[in-house]
Every structure is written in structure tokens, then in C-alpha cells.
Design a protein around this ligand. Structure first.
Ligand code: HEM
Length: 528
């Protein structure tokens, strides 16, 4: 198509690069398609159809909240695909849990040639079930306990670095440092790779981890939003034409991680064949899960009678194994670093709550090294983390696609339609959380929690496809907070960003990011 277009153009324009022509083609297709599909498609399914209008050019997350607040709990839009926006908790229970089998898949969000595309987050139907089944045992409590010592070492380094900032009186660029912490945790646990950059210049691993997922601003963010409606065009341009500009994983970073992982997997296979002791990390657990699946598959007879899905052997290819480790960067790096920075910011803004968390640590953690059980007893700290995630869910939008036409009360969700779960509209709805903008960890006390619908708290999703790394995230956050808060106080002042009394602004670019980097003052506890 691009070649055809090139041949039609006057010769003075024949040197226009093919990617510019592709973009032109895309824009024309988008406007034509939007025009042609701007029908009242949802009305015949019992759902009010609204138009994104000017909101299409603003932050999608805010647009969704505004539309729901002004039109109703469940509304439809038609942008390339029929899309239902909802905050109806009962409908969500059906979609995410009760009738999950009809809503297994997400909207295709990633287009890349990287092995990352085989990560469980992006898989559909049988492939999703198979890979999720293989990797689930790697996230059990027993396995998490095994990686805790690695995380702890990084949490100590994080604390030392923050102590240095406090001694010098420098402001802490908290997202930068939190990102180095979560990057180091991932490097050690999911890649078997030693990094050491917390508080220094980013090393190669962390630099690539920060670049791997391309979060776009400016013109590219508009282009990518249009691409989102036409994934097949993006797929074609990235995979067939090879336009790396539209690849959502950075090609250099992809090459870097792919090389490390293949090398480490090969080294470990050799060590294992020599009967050597293997490291106790997440990567090894994934390798063992694959090997066990391979053994099962080798002894499987396809001709056995009555073979059902449950009985089929479940394993994954080497590319899929690499893809799962890469996915941990995609899914666990920014999300956890964002939560840690925002929790510390909110604690700085609420010194009384910070003090209460500190007292709980003193009362609960008996030694320098908290045990897994002690971490479980840090209930107030968990309330603080949950309240942070309620106010600032790093992934505020989740989606599902209807495999078949689905009837719910008086509405119909046609086959192929997508459902957008508007978490902000739920977690900042005064009906669920009175005074929703207020930071109040008491909302998550056992008593308050039990009086609320489970579906009102969705930072990790719900049901069989909820975040597989949720417990790992809590472990990382709790270990980070225990070590840091024992030694350091976080403070807002006239020098910090935001200043005392100033509002924090965030925007949505695939995940939540702050408008400007947060910078906090840190004071040594002993000095007070
Ligand atoms: C505070 C930190 C985190 C938040 C807020 C978060 C949030 C989420 C959300 C909202 C989803 C989609 C759930 C759905 O569609 O219902 C998800 C999926 C996922 N997350 Fe996390 N996540 C976090 C940390 C992590 C970590 C540390 C890992 C590391 C392993 C991880 C791995 C995954 C994976 C693999 C999926 C895909 C699951 C699937 O499709 O079966 N996440 N996460």
C-alpha cells in the first residue's frame, strides 16, 4: 500500500520516507474510519452511546471518568471497536470472575517484535491459560520467601543511599531512586544478574529497563493513541515493514535483555547438567517450571482417550521463557517504583501517618532483618500501601474482550466488544469512598474493608487474570518501607516538589506518571 502511494506521488515527493507515508496513510484511515463508524451502534444494545469528542485528545483516563460521571455507570463508545466503559460493580463481577471464560482476553495493547510479546500479559485464550498455569507456582509464598533476601539486600542499599542524601541535605529524586531499587530487584530475581547502581548513575541494565517500555509524549503519544484503534495496521508496519519507530519495546533494550537471558539460561542448563547447586531466584523457578513441562510433554500420548485441557501437558518454548522474564520488567518495574514513590510522597504530606507506620515497625519487627511473618503483621503499613494504590493506581485502566455475545440484565455486549474498567471512577467514587481525594489509610482497616464490595478496590484487577506479581509487589514495597522508614523521615518543604500545600498532578501514559518528578527532603531519624 505504501509502495503504491509512493508510485502515485509526484516525483519531487518520491523521496518521502516510507514511515512518513505510513503515518499519513494511518491518519487518513483513522479519520475515515471514525467518520464511518460514528453510528449509534450501542443504542440497539441497551447502552447509551457517547462520543469522546474533544476528550479524544486529552488524557484517556480522565476522559473515561468525565464521561461516566456525566452520563452514567455504563456507557458505550465506538472508536474502531465497540467499547463499553463501566464502573458497575456487579457487571464487573460477572466479567472478571463469574463469567471469566467469556472474557479471558485483554485488548491488544502491545505491538512489538520482541520476545516480550509472548509474556503472559499479552497472550490470549489457550496460550494464556497454558503459560499462566506454568508460571503460577513461581509466585507462591515459598518461592517469594526465597527471593526475599535478595530484595532485602537492595532495600538496605536504598536506605544507605537515602542516608547520604539526608547527611548532605540534598533533595531526593524519589522516582529515579525508587526505579533503581525495583530495577535491581528485577535484575537479581528475574535475570540472575547483579547490578549495583542505587544512588549512582544508572548502569546499563537499569538504563535499558527504564527505556524498554516506550512511554511516549508529544506528537508520538497522539500517533500511538490512533495506532491503538488500529492494531492490525501497527502490527503490519512493525512486523512486516519493520518500522521500529512504532515498536512499543525499544529495539536496543530488547536486544540487550534477550542476550543476557539467553546466555544465563544456557549457563544454568550447563551447571544443572553438571549437578551444581542452582540459584534460588525467579528465573530459576521459571526455568524449572519449563523443564518440568517439557518432561511431561515428552511422555504425553496425544492418542490417549478422553484428553481434556486439564490433562494436556503444559510447557513453554525458550522464547516464551525469555518473554516472561522480560515481562517482569514491563509489569513490575514502573508499577512498583511508582507506588513506592507515591507512598513516600503521601507519607511526607501526612507526618502523623508516617509516625504511625514508624511506630508499627518498631513494635512489630524484632531484629534488623524482618521475617516474612513479621511483614505479614505490618497491617497499618499495608493500609497505607492500599490507600496509595486507591488514589494513584499505576495501571488505572484494564480491559477485557467479549469472546461471545453476552447478556447482562437489559444490556447486550456483542461478540468482539471490549470492556474498559474505569478504576478511577470506582476508587474515587464518593459512594464507595467518602471524601475520595483524602488520603486516609483507615479506609482499609479490617472493619472498613469488610463493609465494602470487593470490586471497589481494583489496583491489581480481580479474578483468574489478576496481577500475578501482586504478592511480590507487596513484599518489595514492605521491605523497602521497613528499611527506609526505620532510618529516614520524609518531609515536604518550600524546596520540595510538590511544595507543602501544593497539589500533585499526574497524567496517564499507559501507566500513571507525575507531571514533574517528585523531590523530597529526607532527615535522619537519630538526628531528631
Ligand atoms: C504495585 C505494583 C503493581 C501493580 C499496581 C500491578 C497491576 C497490575 C494490573 C492492573 C494487571 C492487570 C490485571 C487485570 O487485567 O485484571 C497486572 C497484570 C500483571 N502483572 Fe502486575 N502490578 C504490579 C506489580 C507487578 C509485579 C512486581 C509483577 C512481577 C512479576 C507483575 C506481573 C504481572 C503480570 C505477569 C501480569 C499479567 C497477568 C496475566 O495476564 O495473567 N506485576 N498487574
Amino acid at each position: 500500500m505504501v509502495n503504491l502511494l509512493q508510485s502515485w506521488l509526484p516525483c519531487c515527493m518520491s523521496s518521502v520516507p516510507s514511515y512518513l507515508l505510513s503515518l499519513l496513510l494511518l491518519l487518513v484511515t483513522y479519520f475515515l474510519y471514525s467518520y464511518l463508524t460514528n453510528r449509534k451502534s450501542w443504542e440497539s444494545y441497551g447502552v447509551e452511546q457517547v462520543s469522546l469528542g474533544k476528550l479524544a485528545l486529552t488524557d484517556f483516563r480522565q476522559a473515561v471518568v468525565q464521561l461516566i460521571e456525566s452520563h452514567g455507570d455504563t456507557i458505550g463508545i465506538h472508536r474502531g471497536r465497540m467499547t463499553l466503559l463501566t464502573r458497575d460493580l456487579d457487571l464487573l463481577k460477572h466479567v472478571l470472575v463469574k463469567d471469566f471464560n467469556n472474557f479471558v482476553n485483554r485488548l491488544p495493547i502491545m505491538t512489538t517484535t520482541s520476545a516480550l510479546e509472548t509474556g503472559v500479559f499479552f497472550l490470549n485464550d489457550y496460550d494464556w491459560k497454558r503459560v499462566r498455569h506454568v508460571i503460577t507456582p513461581s509466585f507462591t509464598t515459598t518461592k517469594l520467601k526465597q527471593v526475599a533476601s535478595n530484595i532485602e539486600e537492595s532495600a538496605r542499599k536504598l536506605t544507605n543511599v537515602l542516608e547520604e542524601y539526608a547527611k548532605k541535605g540534598d533533595l531526593v529524586p524519589i522516582k529515579y531512586i525508587a526505579g533503581q531499587f525495583t530495577s535491581e530487584v528485577i535484575a537479581r530475581s528475574a535475570f540472575g544478574f547483579k547490578t549495583d547502581c542505587i544512588g549512582k548513575e544508572d548502569d546499563e541494565f537499569t538504563g535499558h529497563a527504564k527505556k524498554m517500555l516506550r512511554i511516549r509524549g508529544g506528537v508520538m503519544s497522539v500517533v500511538m493513541r490512533i495506532m491503538f484503534q488500529f492494531k492490525w495496521i501497527q502490527n503490519f508496519l512493525v512486523k512486516k515493514v519493520g518500522i521500529t519507530l512504532l515498536d512499543q519495546a525499544d529495539p536496543d533494550s530488547d536486544r540487550y535483555f534477550d542476550t543476557i537471558l539467553r546466555r544465563t539460561v544456557a549457563e544454568r542448563q550447563e551447571l544443572s547438567s553438571l549437578g551444581k547447586l542452582m540459584p534460588n531466584d525467579l528465573l530459576q523457578s521459571l526455568i524449572s517450571a519449563k523443564e518440568e513441562g517439557d518432561r511431561e510433554a515428552a511422555s504425553f500420548s496425544e492418542h490417549a482417550d478422553g484428553v481434556t485441557w486439564e490433562k494436556l501437558p503444559k510447557t513453554m518454548s525458550e522464547r516464551e521463557l525469555i518473554g516472561q522474564s522480560m515481562l517482569i520488567i514491563f509489569a513490575g518495574f514502573e508499577t512498583t517504583a511508582t507506588t513506592l514513590q507515591l507512598a513516600l510522597y503521601l507519607l511526607a504530606q501526612h507526618p502523623d501517618i508516617q509516625e504511625k507506620v514508624y511506630q508499627e515497625i518498631l513494635e512489630t519487627v524484632q531484629s534488623d532483618t524482618p521475617t516474612y511473618e513479621e511483614l505479614g503483621h505490618l497491617k497499618y503499613m499495608e493500609q497505607v500501601i492500599n490507600e496509595t494504590l486507591r488514589l494513584y493506581p499505576p495501571a488505572p485502566i484494564s480491559s477485557r474482550v467479549a469472546a461471545d455475545t453476552y447478556h447482562y440484565k437489559n444490556i447486550v455486549i456483542p461478540k468482539g466488544a471490549s470492556i474498559i474498567i474505569a478504576k478511577d471512577a470506582i476508587m474515587r467514587d464518593p459512594k464507595n469512598f467518602p471524601e475520595p481525594s483524602k488520603f486516609d489509610p483507615e479506609r482499609f482497616s479490617e472493619e472498613n474493608k469488610s463493609s465494602r464490595d470487593l470490586m471497589t478496590f481494583l489496583p491489581f484487577g480481580h479474578g483468574p487474570r489478576q496481577c500475578i506479581g501482586m504478592r511480590l509487589a507487596y513484599l518489595e514495597l514492605k521491605l523497602g518501607l521497613v528499611h527506609v522508614l526505620r532510618k529516614i523521615k520524609f518531609v515536604l518543604s518550600e524546596r520540595t516538589h510538590p511544595k507543602v500545600g501544593e497539589e500533585l498532578k499526574t497524567r496517564f501514559q499507559g501507566i500513571i506518571i507525575t507531571d514533574k518528578p517528585i523531590q523530597l527532603e529526607v532527615h535522619l531519624r537519630q538526628a531528631n
